[in-house]
Design a protein around this ligand. Structure first.
Ligand code: SF4
Length: 227
């Protein structure tokens, strides 16, 4: 057998999984990862989009890895890039307060992740190509955590996961079915920080309505789970 034939044979033995972090054209089939730790290792070496060049840490997720509720945000900001954890700045503190207002915690009930795992420079919105490059990681996270309810914070999370382009002000608080899961678009906590009014009809007041609806649905689902 010639050297060329031998090298072709070696190439056919390439483990496609090892190539995932190198190029967005390499697919990430469902079932690629058996746990979030494996997935996080790939994210931390990933160069599928150019956001990988400037990150300090890939921000994969935090919370209960088997949580019934998953919250999806846009992309890491500075504090998240520094710590490797999502929603740890002021937005994160507000999110924790919103959850606590209906007795939900990230230790028990919630897992938090993002559309993009790496911070976009100057906190700009991730581009469609960057979102598409990273989406398969999120799909794997959703498969592994297997939440009953997904909350999509803001327009980028909504569009990034479901492709839905409607304004968040129009669609927030409504249940959407996506891939057999119940999803609800809600305001991003950073939007609430910019709109501090608690008046009836204000974004904060609407968020309070939405999180109560989420809590009620969560209780309903729990009642229907045997055991
Ligand atoms: S944002 Fe996602 S796709 Fe882009 S380099 Fe980071 S982990 Fe890879």
């Amino acid at each position: 057998m010639s050297d060329i034939q031998l090298s072709l044979f070696e190439e056919s033995n390439f483990d496609q999984k090892e190539l995932i972090p190198t190029d967005a054209k390499i697919p990430i089939p469902a079932g690629t990862y058996s746990n979030i730790t494996e997935l996080a290792q790939h994210c931390n070496q990933c160069q599928r989009c150019e956001l990988g060049q400037t990150r300090t840490h890939a921000v994969v997720g935090r919370g209960n890895l088997k949580a019934p509720i998953m919250i999806v945000g846009e992309a890491p900001g500075q504090s998240e890039d520094e710590t490797g954890l999502p929603f740890v700045g002021r937005s994160g503190q507000l999110l924790e307060k919103i959850l606590a207002s209906v007795n939900l915690t990230t230790e028990q009930d919630v897992y938090i992740g993002n559309i993009n795992k790496c911070r976009p420079p100057n906190n700009r919105v991730p581009t469609p190509n960057e979102m598409a490059a990273c989406l398969p990681y999120l799909l794997e996270q959703i498969r592994l955590v297997d939440p009953k309810i997904i909350l999509l914070t803001g327009a980028t999370a909504l569009k990034g996961l479901t492709g839905e382009k409607q304004a968040i002000t129009k669609i927030r608080g409504q249940w959407i079915e996506w891939e057999g899961r119940l999803c609800m678009p809600i305001f991003h906590p950073s939007y609430l920080l910019r709109n501090p009014s608690k008046e009836k009809g204000s974004p904060k007041w609407l968020m309070w309505q939405d999180i109560q609806v989420v809590r009620a649905k969560y209780d309903e689902i729990r009642q229907n789970i045997p055991g």
